[in-house]
Design a protein around this ligand. Structure first.
Ligand code: NAD
Length: 434
């Protein structure tokens, strides 16, 4: 079993979420203008369908009762059940959940999945709680959400500071509260579960693999190879590590890494597995890795490289650092790592951004496979999963790349246009009830 407390405790610094809603709305409106989105559909997509806020009591290890606030925002379900992660962090609030839920609507639509978008979480610092307290908090949150989630209605997944263990607790609590005959049929109420509890082989690497594949496909379209290309990664967690793993296998060279605790660089190359093994025995951190030099954290994005992968938090590339970036390509592993002002500077400088809703969509595609596997009572092998993942992600990449070339627009606007057009079509076909 994953040692959840160690994992949760490794990162509790503030995640900047202010401005996320401004970002997502600006991105949406700019794409809506491009495609002349019907004004009524613009109105619908500009707001969320449902916002659930639950306050619930949990008994702590010392016998005291603490009250927690949890959120679930369901942005849109025109294409299918709401889908998106649950985050445990002090910065979780209704605005952050709204912005992240909207991003999920665009991401699932772009990926061609039968899902809408949702997101939520609990406002708390998980490092302050024991494993059994986290279990009780998670189970009581699931109970408080009740029928606001469900395998055909709203399907949560892991996000920052939640993991497969959290999902196993949610699935177990949800199933335990169903009528007996329905219990086991509800396993797909969450995705990102551990393997013995209905999880998908390869779900761990799906997002990082998608980041790598986007970089590879972009390179091929631009007659470049990955051999010898230098890349830097912000965040050496699930997404950053797996992206680096696949890039190194294809001949690219990891030259710098930043995590919550520090930054390191070695222009001759950092061995990905060696750094990963080091971080495992160093409380999950890359700090003081012996085969690299420490770098000032404010200089990280200005380091010499060909490819930059922000795979940690939102709002990391801004007007403060965008003009100093050396990379020719930014591959967004995190959600919303580049803000609107930072993006403007990068685009003016001719730097390509593979946008988050495309670049990190391997995770939600993997989740879709897990949901299908559970729904159909199947068990898929890893090689089968990777082939299906590659096919689905390549289709999305090609669609966005071709749209951006044809319409002479950046890849983010192209990705949004494709995503929004698909939802617009669904509304036009179905009309508005009543
Ligand atoms: P994780 O918790 O496994 O790893 C996060 C990494 O970021 C850690 O190395 C941490 O030290 C680092 N980090 C935290 N604060 C930092 C800071 N201030 N500066 C530099 N580094 C910092 O998380 P993850 O699952 O790898 O997710 C990373 C990002 O990717 C998040 O934005 C998440 O929403 C997004 N994402 C994840 C998935 C997925 O499947 N895991 C899918 C899509 C998007």
């Amino acid at each position: 079993m994953t040692p959840i407390t160690a994992e949760l405790k490794k990162e509790t610094k503030n995640i900047p979420v202010r401005g996320m809603m401004d970002n997502v709305m600006e991105q949406f409106n700019s794409a809506a203008d491009q495609i002349n989105l019907h004004p009524n559909i613009r109105k619908i997509l500009s707001i969320t369908n449902n916002e659930i806020i639950v306050n619930f009591p949990v008994k702590m290890d010392n016998g005291d009762v603490e009250i927690f606030t949890g959120y679930r925002v369901q942005h849109n379900n025109a294409l299918g059940p709401y889908k998106g992660g649950l985050r445990y962090h002090p910065t979780v609030d209704i605005d952050a959940a709204r912005a992240l839920a909207m991003w999920m609507t665009w991401k699932t639509s772009l990926a061609g999945l039968p899902y809408g978008g949702g997101k939520g979480g609990i406002k708390l610092d998980p490092s302050k709680y024991s494993l059994s307290e986290l279990e009780r908090i998670t189970r009581r949150f699931t109970f408080a959400l009740a029928d606001n989630i469900g395998p055909e209605h709203d399907i949560p997944a892991p996000d920052v500071n939640t993991n497969s263990q959290t999902m196993a607790w949610i699935a177990d609590t949800y199933m335990s509260t169903r009528p007996p005959a329905e219990r086991t049929a509800n396993q797909h109420v969450v995705t990102g579960k551990p393997d013995a509890s209905g999880g998908l082989e390869g779900r761990d690497r799906a997002t990082g693999y998608g980041v790598y594949l986007s970089i590879k496909l972009w390179s091929e379209k631009n007659n470049r190879t990955l051999e010898g290309k230098k890349f830097i990664v912000q965040g050496f967690g699930n997404v950053g590590y797996w992206a680096a793993h696949f890039l190194e296998k294809d001949g690219a060279r990891l030259v710098a890494v930043q995590d919550a605790f520090g930054s390191i660089q070695n222009q001759k190359g950092i061995k990905v597995e060696d750094l990963f093994n080091y971080s495992k025995i160093n409380d999950g951190s890359i700090v003081d890795y012996p085969n690299a030099k420490t770098v000032n954290k404010n200089k990280f994005f200005a380091l010499d490289c060909d490819i930059c992968i922000p795979a940690a938090l939102g709002n990391q590339i801004t007007k403060e650092n965008a003009s100093k970036i050396k990379a020719r390509l930014i591959a967004e592993g995190a959600n919303g790592p580049t803000n609107v002002e930072g993006e403007q500077i990068l685009l003016e400088r001719g730097i390509t951004i593979i946008p988050d809703i495309l670049c990190n969509s391997g995770g939600v595609v993997g989740s879709y496979f897990e949901w299908l596997q559970n729904r159909n009572g199947e068990l898929w092998q890893l090689d089968e999963v990777m082939v299906k993942l590659q096919k689905k992600l390549k289709e999305s990449f090609d669609k966005v790349y071709e749209y951006s070339e044809r319409e002479a627009m950046d890849m983010r606007t192209a990705a949004y246009c494709i995503a929004i057009e698909r939802i617009e079509k669904a509304y036009i076909q179905r009309g508005i009830f009543p």
